[in-house]
Design a protein around this ligand. Structure first.
Ligand SMILES: *[C@@H]1O[C@H](CO)[C@@H](O)[C@H](O)[C@H]1NC(C)=O
Ligand SMILES: *[C@@H]1O[C@H](CO)[C@@H](O)[C@H](O)[C@H]1NC(C)=O
Ligand SMILES: *[C@@H]1O[C@H](CO)[C@@H](O)[C@H](O)[C@H]1NC(C)=O
Length: 413
């Protein structure tokens, strides 16, 4: 017991010592011992924590939440904080913010805030949150920041679902969200504005499984490039990943999706701009409408998928009309290539190109099986390569025209 205690203290000492010994421009504020928070889950700690965050506006530094439950009853606003501050937690998720009210928890209005937030739990209680209420709201941007190992959840309490997780509305640049777990999201999990080099690495963003509630897992709102989604699960939302121009800054640019999971959404990945999307090792499964969807009317989205599985579209049934929905991949503009993917068990179409303007596409080396319709390309004059695929056990094999097209060396297609 004593050893364990010593080890804990020792570890904390190591983790915190560096910070404590940092130059006076980075002081260390313990919200309990220095600002009078109780952390007992009963007393309202809002004013104490607001006082502590105010210190960051004077000196910057580290805000430390010792293990405890910090009950907050209104938004904590942070602006004009001295750069390189740090909302810290040295002991995992023992530090919990009790989010009892329907508004943002932490709202940063400073331009392009730079921050590290780690090991903090937000536990949504008391009331269900609006979609617009977020655990962390950055109204004027987020740059060179690191948000790590944050948990946002209501622990399944249907009367207190959290709304949104982490929302960055303006410039969002050179920032990593690592191993963040966002559960029961009814609004948007992570929203990013314009900029570049944003990484969402690991972690999970999970909705309530409604799939038609307007929820979004990851929303890239326009003119962001070098966005990486790596080994993240995005499950049970209306839209898993949404790329669009809703911030008015034009199309997003390079989007990299690596070994990520989009499962049980209405749409797994929805491209509503002219992004260049590189996908490696995809798992996209069990979505209602489309696993992957590119919207009509976009000037030149380019979608490249290498390896993975697109599986089980329409499996949840209900009122879904699988004559137009339940699809594997549906491309309405631009162009695409897909190779080395298993496209299977979709109750609509495996690969669907319903728009005649989609051209110069390449479909090679895929296994296309157990779909209702394996593939359908509406424009018989489109230029495309469809080679070295294998098709089996599909419902209605569509061998439509192949004018001006190389369609060869397939088996059963
Ligand atoms: C917060 O700071 C104000 C002004 O210094 C002070 O009056 C108040 O008691 C502090 N609140 C808490 C909970 O410490
Ligand atoms: C796509 O973007 C347009 C506006 O550019 C919007 O009207 C439409 O609702 C969006 N669709 C989706 C599915 O987000
Ligand atoms: C094949 O292409 C023609 C010409 O575009 C179209 O009218 C027809 O509906 C297509 N067949 C199927 C099964 O979709």
């Amino acid at each position: 017991m004593i050893n364990q205690y010593c080890r804990v203290v020792f570890l904390i000492g190591i983790v915190c010592a560096e910070i404590i010994k940092a130059p006076s421009s980075s002081p260390f504020y313990n919200v309990v011992t220095e600002c009078g928070a109780y952390g007992n889950g009963e007393n309202d700690d809002t004013n104490a924590i607001a006082n502590c965050t105010n210190l960051l506006t004077e000196t910057g530094g580290v805000l430390y939440f010792p293990p405890g439950n910090y009950l907050l009853s209104r938004t904590i606003y942070l602006s004009n904080i001295v750069k390189k501050k740090h909302l810290s937690k040295c002991e995992g998720w023992a530090s919990t913010i009790l989010w009892t009210f329907d508004a943002n928890v932490f709202e940063f209005s400073q331009q392009a805030v730079e921050i590290t937030i780690e090991h903090l739990r937000f536990f949504s209680t008391n009331v269900a949150k609006s979609k617009t209420s977020a655990a962390m709201m950055f109204t004027s941007g987020l740059v060179r920041s690191f948000i790590f190992h944050v948990l946002i959840t209501s622990e399944g309490n249907a009367n207190a679902y959290p709304g949104s997780g982490i929302i960055s509305k303006d410039v969002t640049d050179t920032t990593t969200f690592r191993d963040c777990l966002l559960w029961q999201i009814t609004g948007t999990g992570i929203q990013i504005g314009y900029g570049s080099e944003v990484r969402i690495a690991g972690g999970r963003i999970i909705g309530i499984g409604n799939r038609h509630d307007g929820s979004i897992g990851i929303h890239v709102t326009g003119n962001n490039g070098g966005v990486h989604v790596d080994s993240t699960d995005v499950i049970g939302l209306e839209t898993g990943l949404l790329l669009d121009m809703s911030n008015g800054q034009g199309s997003n640019r390079e989007i990299f999706i690596t070994q990520a999971t989009f499962d049980s959404d209405n749409r797994g990945i929805a491209v509503n701009d002219s992004s260049y999307i590189s996908v490696a090792g995809l798992w996209a499964a069990s979505s209602d409408t489309d696993q992957i969807w590119v919207a009509p009317g976009q000037s030149n989205p380019l979608l490249v998928i290498a390896g993975g599985t697109i599986f089980n579209g329409g499996v949840y049934g209900g009122n879904i009309d699988c004559t137009t929905q339940c699809n594997g991949i549906t491309v309405n503009s631009g162009s695409f290539s897909i190779n080395g993917v298993d496209i299977r068990n979709n109750q609509g179409k495996g690969i669907w190109v319903p728009n005649g303007n989609v051209n110069n596409f390449v479909i090679t080396g895929n296994k296309i099986f157990d779909n209702n319709v394996p593939y359908l390309f509406i424009n018989p004059n489109a230029q495309y390569l469809f080679t070295n695929n294998i098709c089996n056990s599909n419902g209605a094999l569509v061998k439509n025209a192949s004018f001006g097209t190389v369609k060869a060396d397939n088996l059963g297609c």
